[in-house]
Design a protein around this ligand. Sequence first.
Ligand SMILES: CC(C)(COP(=O)(O)OP(=O)(O)OC[C@H]1O[C@@H](n2cnc3c(N)ncnc32)[C@H](O)[C@@H]1OP(=O)(O)O)[C@@H](O)C(=O)NCCC(=O)NCCS
Length: 316
Amino acid sequence: MPGLGSNADDGAAREPVGGGAPAALVLRELTSHADLHEVERIQREVWGLDDLEVVPNSQLRAALHAGGQLGGAFLQGALVGFSYGFLASPHGRLMVGPGLHSHMVAVRPRARGLGVGQALKWQQRSWCLERGIEWMTWTFDPLQARNANLNLRHLGALGVDYLVDFYGPMGGPLGGGRSDRLLALWLLAGQRSTAIVEGGRPPEPPVGARSVVPARQRLAAWAVRAASSDGDAEPVVELSGEPLARTAETGARVMVSAPPGAGGVAAPERARRWQDAFVRTVVPLLEAGYAAVDFAAGAYVLEPVDDRCEAGPTNL
Ligand SMILES: CC(C)(COP(=O)(O)OP(=O)(O)OC[C@H]1O[C@@H](n2cnc3c(N)ncnc32)[C@H](O)[C@@H]1OP(=O)(O)O)[C@@H](O)C(=O)NCCC(=O)NCCS
């Protein structure tokens, strides 16, 4: 099995790593027991997980043995982040052939904002393409604007499915509310990620060729707006039910505001109101063939995407 690359001078260095990724960043596959135990420690440190929820060394080892992926990022010899994925079959729209489901990506707090997280994601992409795997999925909390920005804008992934209470009740700091998740789909050989690799820049605003809807019909409509611009903002549903269905028929671009602020909503009751607003708006749009194609001005940008292309989604 080809490795992930043992230092920053190999293939990984050609990937866009967030512009500011430290030159000293070393990316390599994690295989030793010591590495795997360190991954357990990072999970506790980053998510505050209790012992039942940490993916243990033994599970990581088994998944790796059976063809899974575990990449590490090192600064000055210390592991500062990792990515972990297991092999996947198509489980939704636009997925053709074998894929990778990325279950976790985490960067230690002291190394955040340096481009390490993005480097780990691009490294996962290379790992997949080397093995003929052309799509990757992962889930993220749609109330967290920072993650939406990373996934949709910096990486060029799409939001293709809304999963209500995906993990059920969770313990630790992640617990206390409903664990709704957006399913990100990254088409690794598609136009969006390739353009970012080649140009080192985020995808263009969603007015280009990736929609099947004629430009004249691409009217913007807001499905959800935030009532204020602070962290206490409430969601205001502007479009749902029949009007939303009519809008979807026109193929109009629809904006869905995320809660203001980067890090999501702390109060469970308020988080629930945002989640309910998303269920009333995002879910019917996804069912009508839309996907979240970008994150701009604090909002998800949803457009129809072409699932019907027999050769696979070439324009995404
Ligand atoms: C998400 C995470 C992996 C990002 O790693 P990172 O090394 O800080 O990210 P990078 O420096 O490569 O990229 C920065 C981008 O990531 C996004 N981001 C998400 N969470 C972030 C955080 N806590 N701090 C900084 N950036 C974050 C932002 O969009 C930022 O882009 P911007 O500068 O344009 O706002 C890291 O913050 C983390 O481990 N978070 C906790 C675990 C988690 O949420 N995992 C991902 C689930 S999808």
